[in-house]
Design a protein around this ligand. Sequence first.
Ligand code: NAD
Ligand code: MG
Length: 361
Amino acid sequence: MHSLNVDLGDRSYPIHIGNGLLARAELFAPVVSGRTVMVCTNTTVGPLYADRLNATLREAGAKAVHTVTLPDGEEYKDWPTLQRVFDALLQHHCDRKTVLVALGGGVIGDMGGFAASAFMRGIPFIQVPTTLLSQVDSSVGGKTGINHPLGKNMIGAFYQPQLVITDIATLNTLPDRELSCGLAEIIKHGAIADTAYLDVVEQNMPALLNRDAELLALVVKRSCEIKADVVSKDEREGGLRAILNFGHTFGHAIEAGMGYGQWYHGEAVGCGMVIAAELCKRMGRLSAEESARLKKVVIQARLPAMPPKLGVNKFMELMAHDKKNDAGAIKYVLLNGLGKANTSPADEALVRQTLLELGAG
Ligand code: NAD
Ligand code: MG
């Protein structure tokens, strides 16, 4: 088992990563012992893992364990579905001491965390992430929330869990496409912060795709460290945290332009990183070898490297609407050599030319 601490002063918390941790009562006990627990999960993950987790929570000394099972899908990351969590908490007479455990991917983690932040003005919260993406990304950093019909993740709160338990064995049931989406964020961590890590990911890609538990645990740990390091320096996204959006400016445009759900987030980010690297090459920030290498790793992870034919004008328009922009100017995350990133504007003509030559026109 690997453990790391996310260092946020009095909001610090441990992340435990390993194979079979869903059965390890002693890891849950410090937070759940003597408490009532509400497990929040969905109709896909619940049938696979809720019984095992509930038995472990009882063994860990939980007074009572209740479960609320939500419908599966990003379209249910909304107010009416969130209300079902509050309904369940109130129907079971839960109080400020109740612990909410989010068992699922990023959708359940974001909704469960937001529910925990608001119920009785905040109750303890444990993340049990079951997708590779949620294990390396959404379970670190404390962003929680839901979507609004007018925008993704528009309603939410910063709220840190007390504990994250990442059981690598849950990845054995994850669809291949979802596994690749997690790999996109992993590649991103290497590209923005650690070339030695990118080497490890590149060299072990076949084993990662094969779900080698030891390697996955190692990679989840390193990715969490990188994200935790960035987040602990900038918990509320004042500046540095923006580098975690490498590949996301182009990626968000692809997701929105194709219609949400057509390209998965990780797929759009994979392609977005290839576009961003190509732009960096043209700006003299990356060598041709570095840009080609990033593209190769993306393809190895079974992610798309070719942008969809959205049209350059449409691409530019969608990027101008990205919520991370500063007063209209598109803010790009660019690399200064692999392993170093910063935000920067870029010459519009050069961006257009890059998109056109990559086939987005
Ligand atoms: P998801 O939660 O929708 O999970 C993807 C699919 O896999 C779902 O159908 C889910 O039911 C299924 N699934 C989950 N675990 C499984 C398992 N072990 N076996 C089989 N199937 C399983 O998607 P995601 O990619 O995990 O998360 C995406 C969400 O996370 C988005 O809503 C995004 O906004 C959010 N997010 C939040 C942060 C953050 O910092 N809070 C960061 C990144 C993403
Ligand atoms: Mg992302």
